[in-house]
Each structure stands twice: as structure tokens, then as C-alpha cells.
Design a protein around this ligand. Structure first.
Ligand code: FEO
Length: 401
């Protein structure tokens, strides 16, 4: 295994036995320049439980980490918090090594696993369905299960180790980053990575998150550590990430404007620059983002706390520029709440981009704050002045929020 081959202990009897995917650069479209980890946890008590597994190609790494702690044959229970294959992918390998282990998960988890792993003998696996409040006693430690449907799949669940006050939160509270350290008191910028992860994976589920935070509150459980299935474990001040999720889910913004665009022969770029000048003249923070020069996942992270977004596109074949279309398709799926927008662009003869972008932004949940503005071929002095004034007007909207 090389680096990190020593035991990694969360607390006595609770170990990280995951895998580090240093070279992952694309997680189903989410750009991951720093890789990721798949975190699995081993709880060794009178009974032994493995909580989650890792992506299938890393099954050997996980089993080797388990072997450094105990003989894998001693695992009694496997908790499947989530069906998605980055966490369940090694389940067939685990069940082949320990066919007698009992699996715990939600009803939706059972359905999902049966459909993913029918060719791997799912019918022979002993599966027990659990729900919020169900408990599994390991001896001195007790696992309590908390359903987390649509955080971010219907099957999602969290596992809470009662005596240690550790929440094994699966995808929630994670980050896509591979490092040689496992805890947030050992790594910088964890919150920035967590924000990008939230924006790209959990943004559509804000209402669910607020409800989940309420459920955890009603359960009255203390949380001393949050151990997600990707990235760094929140050992120091775990409340900070719950508080951040509350803010992001509530749609809390900071006063800034984003000007997001692409350009064909430079006209839309000139318009974007003039809009930026207009915003800047008011003292409101603004960022100019060219879609083809930035990863979509980074752009989405910027949108997370931006109250107003201006989108610019040239017209190509009576519609929007293809890169703008790709951006808007991704944005529509994430459906950020409570955002405002306006559109600008250039055209040669028929036009069409501005109206098409407006339609997509509305479908993505944005409120259009003024009619779109377009210029023909090249913006002249008057056109650029109108762009500058557009920047001033949207900045005034931000100031008034
Ligand atoms: Fe990390 Fe939903 O899988």
C-alpha cells in the first residue's frame, strides 16, 4: 500500500480502512484535480462491523488495511450506508471473503444492491432492513442508523456510534481530495473543498438537508466527530461543517456578481468586460469567468454563494454557444435556490442565444431581473456603455439584498 500503511484510528476500536485514489481526475463529470478517497470504517468490539466499502478497483487496498487490524474473516456485520458503486463496489469481494456476514441498510439500499449485484450472488446475502433509530449492539459500542434519503440518493443512510459520538455520514460532509492525512486538524482548506463538493453534489437537496439537520437535532445526539466517505474526517470542531451545510442549504449569499460567458470572435467578451467595469465602479465584488477556460465544477462552486449571475453567449446557428449550453445543462440539474440572473450576448443576423439562455436559466430556477441585452456583430461605444450600465444596475440589486 505504500504511504499511510499504518493503522489510522478515529478512537479506540474505530479505524479508517479506506482507499486513496490519488489519480482520479474526473468523478462522473466533477473535475477532481486532487483525486479523492473512498472511506470505509472498521469497528472492532465483541462483534466486528465494517461500515461501507470502496470503489471496486481498490478492494485489495481496503482488505489489506483491514488485515493489518484483524483477520477479515472476523467481520460479523457490514453496514451499507449507500448503494452508489464508489462505496458498494467492493461489497461482492467482501461477501466472497466473509459469506456469513450480515448486511444492514435501508429498504431502498436493499432494492438498489439487489439490482447492482444480482450477478454476484445478492440473493444469498443476509440483508437486514433498518430505519432511523434502529440499533445494532457490538458489545461495548452501539451503532444507531439514521436514514438520509436524498442525501443524495434514496437509499442514503448514516451510521452513528453512540458511545463514541462519531457520525459516519457517507457522502454528506465529504470532499473530493486525496491527501496523506485523514483529519481536518492536519490539512488546510478543508472547508473550501467541502464547499465545492456541496455545490456540485448536494446543492439540489437543500430542503432535505435542512430537514436532516432537524432530525439529528430531534434525536438529541452529540457529535464529537464526523467521518464522511470522501476526503477528510472532521475531528476538530465538527459542528463547523453542519453549520456550513445549514448556511449553504438556506441559500445564504455574499455580495458578489458573477459574469459567466463564452465568446466566438470577442464581441461577447467585450460586453462582459464592460459589465465587469460597471459592477466594479459600484464597489461590489465581481468575477469574470470564461466557461471554456474554467472547469464547470469550479464555476458551480462560485455560484453557491453568488446572489446574481450574468450569463453571456454569442449566437451560433440561431441558438446559444455549445459551451454555454453544456454549462446550463449542468446548472439546471443542480437547480440552485434563490438566485437572480440577467443575460447578454452578440449575434450576426438572426440572433437567438439570449432568449435561449434566458429560457434555460428560468428552467434552472433563476429569476430574471431585467430583459436580455444583445448587440449585432461588434459592440460600439454606445453598446459597451449599455453593458457598463447593466453592471451598475445588477450591482444595485446585490446591494439592496
Ligand atoms: Fe460517493 Fe453517492 O457516492
Amino acid at each position: 500500500m505504500g504511504e499511510n500503511s499504518e493503522r489510522i484510528t478515529l478512537t479506540k476500536g474505530v479505524y479508517w480502512v479506506g482507499a486513496i485514489d490519488w489519480n482520479l481526475r474526473d468523478f462522473h463529470g466533477y473535475v477532481t484535480p486532487r483525486g479523492t478517497t473512498y472511506n470505509a470504517y472498521l469497528i472492532v468490539d465483541e462483534k466486528v462491523a465494517l461500515v461501507d466499502t470502496v470503489n471496486a478497483e481498490f478492494a485489495g487496498e481496503m482488505m489489506e488495511r483491514i488485515r493489518q487490524i484483524i483477520d477479515p474473516a472476523k467481520i460479523d456485520y457490514v453496514v451499507a450506508n449507500h448503494v452508489e458503486m464508489d462505496h458498494s463496489g467492493s461489497l461482492p469481494a467482501v461477501m466472497e471473503a466473509i459469506p456469513g456476514a450480515k448486511i444492514y441498510g435501508t429498504r431502498q439500499c436493499k432494492n438498489g444492491l439487489s439490482q447492482y449485484y444480482h450477478a454476484h450472488g445478492f440473493d444469498r446475502w443476509d440483508f437486514e432492513i433498518v430505519e432511523t433509530g434502529s440499533e445494532l449492539n457490538l458489545g461495548t459500542k452501539t451503532l444507531m442508523f439514521i436514514e438520509a434519503a436524498m442525501l443524495h440518493w434514496p437509499d442514503s443512510m448514516h451510521t452513528y456510534i453512540k458511545e463514541d459520538k462519531i457520525l459516519l455520514s457517507n457522502d454528506a460532509f465529504g470532499q473530493h481530495v486525496a491527501t496523506s492525512n485523514r483529519f481536518n486538524d492536519e490539512v488546510d482548506d478543508v472547508m473550501e473543498d467541502a464547499a465545492e463538493y456541496y455545490a456540485n453534489i448536494l446543492m439540489p437537496f437543500g430542503k432535505v438537508i435542512l430537514k436532516y439537520v432537524g432530525t439529528v437535532g430531534e434525536l438529541g445526539i452529540g457529535i464529537d466527530m464526523i467521518a464522511p466517505c470522501h476526503g477528510i474526517i472532521w475531528r476538530k470542531d465538527p459542528g463547523q461543517i453542519i453549520e456550513a451545510y445549514g448556511r449553504w442549504a438556506s441559500g445564504e449569499n455574499i455580495p458578489k456578481v458573477l459574469v459567466i460567458y463564452d465568446t466566438m470572435w470577442g464581441s461577447t467578451h467585450m460586453m462582459a468586460r464592460s459589465i465587469v467595469e460597471g459592477v466594479t465602479s459600484t464597489g461590489v465584488d465581481v468575477k469574470l469567468i470564461n466557461i471554456r477556460k474554467n472547469d464547470l465544477s469550479k464555476i458551480i462552486k462560485e455560484i453557491l454563494d453568488a446572489p446574481v449571475v450574468l450569463v453571456g453567449s454569442p449566437t451560433l446557428n440561431n441558438g446559444m454557444f455549445p459551451s454555454v449550453g453544456e454549462f446550463l445543462t449542468y446548472l439546471k440539474g443542480l437547480h440552485p435556490a434563490g438566485k437572480k440572473a440577467a443575460v447578454f450576448g452578440s449575434y450576426g443576423w438572426g440572433g437567438g442565444a439570449v432568449k435561449a439562455v434566458e429560457k434555460e436559466l428560468e428552467a434552472a430556477g433563476f429569476e430574471l431581473i431585467e430583459p436580455g441585452f444583445q448587440v449585432r456583430y461588434r459592440p460600439d461605444k454606445e453598446g459597451l456603455e449599455k453593458c457598463r450600465m447593466m453592471g451598475e444596475r445588477v450591482a444595485a440589486v446585490v446591494k439592496a439584498m
